[in-house]
Design a protein around this ligand. Structure first.
Ligand code: G4P
Length: 543
């Protein structure tokens, strides 16, 4: 390399390291209705990325947006796109990746968590931990991912803060360490005590909550000194002081090491709708959430963020243009600077991949981007050759470990409606399997003609049906199976388990794993009790 080229490469890598350091890439994990859309809006609003609530990403907004990408998407009025929202906050770039919930919950929802460095666990103050939050948390825990907890809707009647902390610690073994503390009982919320000052100044900062007239508008935040607050808030103030003292005694104080290891979780209280306590969450993301770190390749070697470009596909979006079988690949950048037009190498095939058509994804808007850095998500168009988990890189070969497949909970037998289209049927199923749209299982008993499709969410079946009919011209019929659980087993155990009633063993085509499908957890318990010597391992998340 010439000296000039050397210098250019060096300054490029310094730039990538600096840009990586100011990025925070995260997702919100929550149960439907906890307030994810509202919080997303509030974060964007607070960061001044948008001028009025509802302009980006909100539910009301989402309803109004009809994507022409997919007939199905239009028909159902839901968004299948897992969007990445960029929020510029002071000097930090926050990349918020959407985890689709409700009806669009699917394996992609879990995969998004493989593309973030941190999660915000959003809880409804009245409900605490709910099923979908628990499933998503399982994925975070498996990755030892740092989790920040935000208890939302504190403006409404809810549970006691200490009770919520106890639930989190007891049920999921995550130790909450409050960064602020509510003053006033649930439903009579007065404001938040800032505990981040530490030591003597802890509790000194009090932000008073005053509901602004008109509901959704931003609440008024008023900073009040400790003496004045003590005089004005009376009993509510003293109770909060006592609770905060107790927090110190039980050791519920922020600890960086255990947070980064996914063992403790900074806890914040607030209310997204009136935009109260949202600024504290932004500050926490900036101060405590980790910036993109070196990613380990398949050999376990960590690739520095300033190394030449590398990234991994974590989601595929199909059906933008029926005629062209177009596909979009969402890539999380792990290292280096990305420039639109770069020719990268596609790890799986070793072939060049041109990136002339690249977009950044901001809510429902897509805009063309020219440069991106570690932590950012780019969407590559015309990406028919790519699959979930594929690595793209610049320069010498890089291979990242595949994204794991997650525990399916929905199962259906697929058959070609028209036996004469069997070849297209086989090709389509194989393609959708390799893209990670659905998991494909088969067994000698059922035969190759009748593969079992396994999904995390039922939406995946709809995507398969739609694409098989539209793209592969091989319409399918699906017969849903009465199973809701899968367990990993071994060739030695398979015959015994397969012979049991209410269970069946099939092989996953992508990796050859043997999965036992079971009707429900009660049946599983009986089987486990009666066959203690059999291997029946849970799969990741939900299992
Ligand atoms: P989701 O994306 O997690 O499903 O939740 P979303 O933001 O849609 O919020 C669910 C409901 O909770 C919404 O009311 C929303 O206005 C309300 N909400 C969210 N955050 C807060 C908060 O901090 N305080 C209060 N009091 N309410 C909050 P909805 O009436 O069900 O929906 P909508 O018809 O207003 O959209």
């Amino acid at each position: 390399m010439s000296t000039a080229a050397n210098e250019a490469a060096k300054s490029g890598s310094t730039e990538a390291a600096a840009e990586a350091a100011r990025r925070r890439t995260f997702a919100v994990i929550s149960h439907p209705d906890a307030g994810k859309s509202t919080l997303t809006e509030a974060l964007a609003l607070h960061a001044a990325a948008i001028t009025s609530a509802g302009a980006v990403h909100g539910k009301g907004d989402r309803r109004g947006v009809t994507s022409d990408w997919m007939d199905m998407e239009q028909a159902r009025g839901i968004s299948i796109t897992s969007a990445a929202l960029r929020i510029d906050y002071r000097d930090t770039v926050l990349n918020l990746l959407d985890t689709p919930g409700h009806a669009d919950f699917s394996e992609d929802t879990y995969r998004v968590l493989s593309a973030v460095d941190c999660a915000v666990m959003l809880l409804d103050s009245a409900k605490g931990l709910e099923p979908q939050t628990l499933k998503l948390f399982d994925v975070c825990r498996a990755r030892k991912m740092p989790v920040i907890t935000f208890v939302n809707k504190w403006d409404r009647p809810g549970r006691e803060p200490l009770e919520l902390m106890d639930e989190i610690e007891q049920r999921i073994g995550l130790r909450p360490t409050p960064l602020n503390w509510p003053v006033g009982i649930a439903g009579d919320f007065r404001g938040l005590l800032d505990l981040t000052g530490g030591g003597e100044s802890a509790g000194a900062g009090f932000t008073r909550f005053r509901r602004a007239p008109g509901g959704a508008a931003k609440a008024e935040e008023e900073f009040v000194g400790a003496e004045q607050a003590a005089a004005e808030e009376g009993a509510a103030w003293s109770q909060a002081q006592e609770e905060v003292e107790l927090l110190g005694e039980i050791g519920a104080v922020y600890d960086e090491k255990s947070f980064l290891a996914g063992e403790s979780s900074p806890l914040l209280f607030g209310a997204a709708l009136p935009n109260f306590g949202v600024g504290a969450l932004l500050e926490t993301l900036v101060r405590l959430a980790p910036a993109p770190a070196p990613k380990a390749d398949t050999e376990g070697r960590e690739r520095p963020v300033e190394a030449p470009f590398s990234g991994q596909v974590f989601k595929m979006q199909a059906g933008m243009d029926k005629a062209h079988r177009d596909r979009m690949a969402f890539v999380r950048i792990s290292s280096g600077r990305f420039d639109r037009g770069m020719v990268l190498t596609h790890g799986a095939t070793g072939r060049p991949f041109a990136t002339k058509y690249t977009q950044a994804v901001f809510g429902s808007e897509r805009s063309t981007i020219d440069t991106a850095f570690p932590g950012d998500v780019i969407a590559l168009i015309n990406a028919a050759a790519l699959s979930v988990g594929d690595t793209l890189y610049d320069g010498p070969k890089v291979a990242y470990p595949p994204i794991p497949s997650f525990a399916p909970e929905h199962f259906a037998v697929a058959r070609a409606v028209d036996a004469g289209r069997y070849k297209q049927f086989q090709r389509g199923i194989a393609q959708l399997d390799s893209e990670g749209v659905v998991q494909v299982l088969s067994s000698d008993v059922r035969g190759e003609q009748a593969p079992v499709l396994a999904a995390v969410g039922p939406l995946q079946f709809e995507v398969v049906s739609h694409r098989m009919a539209e793209e592969f011209r091989a319409p399918i019929e699906l017969a849903h199976l009465d199973y809701s659980l899968a367990r990993r087993t071994t060739p030695e155990c398979a015959p015994t388990l397969h012979a049991l009633s209410g269970a069946e063993v099939l092989k996953r085509r992508s990796d050859g794993e043997l999965l036992m499908l079971v009707h429900n957890k009660w049946r599983l318990r009986v089987i486990e009790r009666e066959h203690p010597d059999m291997v029946m391992e849970p799969l990741l998340a939900g299992g």
